[in-house]
Design a protein around this ligand. Structure first.
Ligand SMILES: NC(=O)c1ccc[n+]([C@@H]2O[C@H](COP(=O)([O-])OP(=O)(O)OC[C@H]3O[C@@H](n4cnc5c(N)ncnc54)[C@H](OP(=O)(O)O)[C@@H]3O)[C@@H](O)[C@H]2O)c1
Length: 339
């Protein structure tokens, strides 16, 4: 199969390209930059510089590339900045119009489209998890509105599509909440984290595996996809991240209101039901705690500390650096205390 991946310089796009290459597929990544801008070096595959808001360019590029599937990871993702009047036109152009041009080109070239959407298309009221085929939408912010418009452009114009909604994504090739809070935890004795926004975090490496599985099948439709292991607040996520990383920083739970004003409202209920993944025969994502452990091991800022200190993990339990043991965590903590 031949794949075209938009947003290939982003957090999810990076992991999707890696997953597809690992499976031996022909891949062309794309983004607005002249070439790949990965921190860990350029992958050995094609690249197309493409602004998805340029309709002619999208049609021309996909007609030239003739992929069997497009995995569309490009988006305007700065949720707070998306609220600003000056940015709104651009947000809609990328997330809605650009997505529409990609859908149009996929129809023309008879190729599958996998679009990544978000729990932010829902209004976040109540406590019930949204089903994959839920249709009562109510985005609370402009980013959510634009992503919903993107969904509609696809579902109204084509059949061979997957719309995969995810939440709280983190991965090595991008800034994310977990990374930000680890950095904050290394600097401060105390951090405040909201405890009334509930969802499930998603490791982009795990999501990339599922997206590739979907592309290999034809069980089209709407899906919710996050890691497994239940629903948690952002507070619980950061507590667990600090525990795994070996940070003693005190985490104070606060409500969204107590946290203070931010530009974009976030849904408090980001719970999504993922039953459809299993029902359709796809392998669900692993538990979020396991995912977090693998992510923290993959991050270079963590690996560097391990390399500089204890080297390849632990003499005692002989576990490899990829799965940090309690002994090595303790040892890292001791090293940090020495610095
Ligand atoms: N991050 C989350 O927590 C989260 C949660 C739910 C859903 N999602 C969805 O998951 C998908 C992937 O998110 P992510 O966090 O991996 O995003 P990301 O790291 O912000 O990457 C997005 C990429 O989109 C590309 N892009 C932006 N404007 C473009 C344009 N006009 N034309 C072409 N490419 C453009 C950028 O490419 P260049 O770098 O080349 O400019 C950028 O690398 C998105 O659809 C997002 O809405 C994310």
């Amino acid at each position: 199969m031949k794949f075209f991946v938009t947003g290939a310089n982003g957090m999810l796009g990076h992991d999707v390209v890696q997953e597809l290459l690992k499976r031996g597929y022909e891949v062309t990544g794309s983004g607005t930059k002249q070439d790949f801008s990965w921190k860990n070096g350029r992958p050995d595959c094609g690249y197309a510089c493409l602004d998805i808001t340029d309709r002619e360019a999208v049609v021309r590029t996909l007609e030239r590339e003739k992929p069997d599937a497009v995995i569309h990871c490009a988006a305007w993702n700065a949720v707070d900045l998306a609220e600003e009047e000056a940015n709104r036109g651009n947000v809609m152009a990328v997330n809605a119009l650009g997505t529409g041009y990609i859908a149009e080109s996929c129809v023309k070239t008879d190729c599958k489209l996998i679009y990544i959407s978000t729990d932010f298309v829902f209004d976040g009221s109540g406590e019930k998890p949204a089903s994959a085929d839920e249709t009562s939408f109510g985005p609370l912010n402009y980013y959510g509105m634009s992503k919903l418009e993107g969904e509609k452009k696809i579902s109204a114009s084509m059949e061979k599509f997957y719309i995969v909604r995810t939440s709280w994504a983190y991965g090595v090739n991008g800034e994310n909440f977990v990374k930000t809070m680890i950095k904050a935890g290394k600097k401060h004795d105390t951090v405040r984290v909201v405890n009334d926004q509930i969802a499930t975090p998603t490791y982009t490496r795990d999501l990339a595996r599922l997206l590739a599985d979907m592309a290999e099948s034809d069980k089209y439709g709407f899906y919710n996809a996050t890691n497994e292991g239940g629903f948690v607040s952002k507070y619980e996520l950061i507590l667990e991240a600090y525990r795994q990383f070996g940070l003693d920083t005190k985490v104070i739970p606060v409500t969204t209101e107590e946290y203070g004003p931010i530009l974009a409202m976030r849904p408090k209920n980001g719970r999504m039901c993922k039953e459809k993944i299993k029902k359709q025969g796809f392998l669900p994502l692993p538990d979020w705690r396991d995912a977090l452990n693998r992510y923290l091991a993959e991050e270079t800022f963590l690996s560097n500390e391990v390399k500089n200190g204890t080297d390849q993990c632990c003499e005692k339990c002989r576990r490899y650096r990829g799965s940090l043991c309690d002994h090595s965590r303790r040892s890292q903590r001791q090293q940090r205390e020495l610095l």
